[in-house]
Design a protein around this ligand. Structure first.
Ligand code: MG
Length: 203
């Protein structure tokens, strides 16, 4: 089994007057997270972890922050692109683990909802998603939300399921050529094993 690991990290400042969205979940709180997109710090960290796991760059290389198309964008769009990248590379997620660092709101009471929502977005079982949270003790960062994420990927075993008909036809052609070559080699071997002394001149 071929495994790959990915790590992602992100931070966004809190800002009054914008809705708070973390892990794709709308959370009732007086402040939201500032950002060009919806500021979903957790989905950004997971997106980077997925892209990093298949060496596909980072969220900024796919979605430059100055691009007006991503103004207030739902961050699940970014996540879906990262999911496509790992699928194209022939991998799927084994599990995801995350840690949020923020002073408020308290994540404990909503951790289960967050886990279910992230699992839904990643098409995973909730038991394959870890959601943890800590307060930023000693970091002087009470108005910032940070997220760390790690993902483990495994190579998709049923690779034939990812092959197009054209790929299968090409493989068949190559296989037939190999068989033809092997048969040709067999004939050549037979010809080499003819008795070497086939003349009268053996004195
Ligand atoms: Mg971000």
């Amino acid at each position: 089994m071929s495994l790959r690991i990915g790590f992602g990290w992100d931070s966004h400042a809190f800002k009054p007057g914008v809705p708070l969205k973390i892990g794709g979940l709308a959370i009732d709180h007086p402040e939201g997270l500032a950002g060009h997109s919806d500021g979903d710090v957790l989905l950004h960290a997971i997106t980077d972890a997925l892209l990093g796991a298949v060496s596909a760059g980072d969220i900024g290389s796919f979605f430059p922050p100055g691009d007006p198309r991503w103004k207030d964008a739902d961050s699940s769009i970014f996540l879906n692109v990262a999911l496509e990248e790992i699928q194209n590379a022939g991998y799927r997620i084994v599990n995801v683990d995350t840690t949020l660092v923020l002073a408020a709101p308290k994540i404990g009471p909503i951790a289960s909802d967050l886990r279910d929502r992230v699992a839904e977005l990643l098409d995973l079982k909730p038991s394959d998603v870890g959601i943890k949270a800590k307060t930023p003790e000693g970091l002087n960062a009470d108005h910032v939300a940070q997220a760390h994420a790690v993902v483990l990927l495994e190579k998709v075993e049923d690779e034939l399921g990812l092959l197009s008909k054209a790929d299968v036809a090409e493989m068949q052609k190559q296989l037939e050529e190999l068989i033809g070559e092997a048969q040709g080699a067999g004939r050549r071997r037979i010809s080499l094993h003819r008795p070497p002394f086939d003349t009268e001149d053996i004195t």
